[in-house]
Design a protein around this ligand. Structure first.
Ligand SMILES: *Cc1c(COP(=O)(O)O)cnc(C)c1O
Length: 413
């Protein structure tokens, strides 16, 4: 029996281990220099102005929804084919999810369905859109941005599957996922199955300075140490036991407020990443492009192997700019194939059970038939092993096992 082959896994090198050890021996386990280092490197990688490191991708989504001021009853549009967190962040703030169906070719949120929704309701019915770069395929955010602007909506790009992915805009320019040119905010996850692993971890990218400042504050309890933002008086901050000079009272320069002083101005959270996680993230980021090349090669091999096979109803194929977090096939006899692969130590996965039909979301009235493309996709989809350390032999074993399954079961489907 071969070693278990998962659908995705991390790749930790000796160098990764060394940087974590060094950070553990340093003065800062958290709130130290490794955070800013990681943020700068990540912003530069995706081409955004700012980046905010957080404890995980879900926390990133929550802070985005807060920074965009999602309120009780606000309607936000997203895709049903995503991890539940893409939708849940709206619920954390009391907002309401409106799912729109996927395009059956790309598996991404169908812009035409979104446009239909928007045009069927009075202006200001909806507040925002959360497109997801599902499987690593970049959403055409230029088209979505135009629609969002027309209807006065904000956009959060859930780019957990697509660091390094891109789409080509109307001028044939590459637009990297999370570069901040179209969406207000973008988020990433550093869970071990994602491209860059830090154990748990997440990142928010943006080109909007006001949102950036707000995110920094919300990440740390809603506390600010920025003297320009203080609301309480200097007299209060200094205390009555000290003498204030005329100059102190007038000034709001950084010398006047005592060094200990800070203000909690909003109800934030502790969503910080630790320094040793950030160090690991920075080290992993250095190999991100190498990983992308390998993922693309694996995708090409799968594509050729399953081209024109009658048991395949569809495959994600080889697409420029696709970051290949997942390689998805739509197949006949999916359950039997899935079980057969497991018997052979191959742990394929299903991405995703449509979010609108999760028991939690059914309580809001979503039922079977609401999202026909997503529901049909779910009947047949399977994600094959896809990660940079998957060996050629392992991939051939996966391919041969699938082909053999259908050969032996000929006539049964
Ligand atoms: C992984 C993932 C998340 C959540 O990230 P965590 O770091 O696990 O909290 C959100 N959206 C998508 C599409 C994801 O794949």
């Amino acid at each position: 029996m071969s070693n278990p082959i998962p659908y995705g896994r991390q790749n930790i090198t000796e160098e990764d281990i060394q940087v974590v050890i060094e950070t553990l021996k340093s003065d800062y386990l958290t709130q130290g220099p490794k955070i800013v280092e990681f943020e700068k490197a990540f912003a530069s990688y995706v081409g955004s102005e700012y980046a905010v490191a957080v404890s995980n991708g879900t926390a990133a989504l929550h802070l985005c929804a807060m920074a965009l001021n999602v309120q009780e009853g606000d309607k936000v549009i997203t895709t049903p084919i995503t991890f539940a967190a893409s939708a849940n962040c709206v619920r954390y703030c009391g907002g309401e999810l409106v799912f729109a169906d996927i395009d059956p070719e790309t598996y991404l949120l169908d812009i035409n369905k979104v446009r239909k929704l928007l045009e069927a309701s009075p202006k200001e019915t909806y507040k925002g859109i959360i497109p997801v770069d599902f499987a690593g395929r970049a959403v055409d955010l230029e088209a979505f941005r135009d629609l969002a602007v027309e209807h006065g909506l904000w956009m959060i790009e859930d780019s957990c599957h697509a660091p390094g992915g891109y789409f080509k805009d109307s001028k044939e320019q590459k637009q990297l996922c999370g570069n901040g040119n179209f969406a207000d905010l973008a988020i990433f996850s550093f869970h071990p199955v994602k491209h860059i692993a830090s154990g748990e971890g997440g990142m928010i990218t943006t080109n909007d300075m006001a949102l950036y400042d707000k995110l920094l504050m919300l990440r740390t309890h809603g506390i600010t140490k920025n003297v320009e933002m203080f609301k309480n008086s200097i007299e209060f901050a200094v205390g009555t036991s000290s003498q204030l000079t005329e100059v102190d009272i007038m000034s709001r320069g950084d010398e006047t407020y005592p060094a200990w002083y800070m203000e909690m101005q909003e109800l934030g959270y502790n969503y910080r990443l630790t320094d040793f996680q950030a160090a690991l993230g920075t080290s992993q980021l250095k190999r991100a492009d190498k990983g992308l090349v390998k993922r693309k090669k694996i995708a090409e091999t799968y594509f050729q192997a399953f081209l024109n096979k009658d048991f395949v109803k569809g495959q994600s194929g080889v697409v420029e700019g696709h970051a290949y977090h997942l390689y998805v096939l739509e197949v006949k006899n999916r359950l039997e194939l899935y079980n057969y692969l497991r018997e052979n130590n191959i742990y394929a996965q299903i991405h995703y059970i449509p979010c609108h039909l999760m028991p939690y979301y059914r309580q809001f009235g979503w039922i079977e038939g609401d999202m026909p493309n997503a529901e049909k996709y779910y009947q047949n989809c399977i994600s094959l092993p896809m990660y940079p350390t998957l060996t050629t032999e392992e991939q051939h074993f996966v391919i041969n096992t699938i082909i053999n399954f259908y050969k032996y079961n000929e006539g049964n489907y």
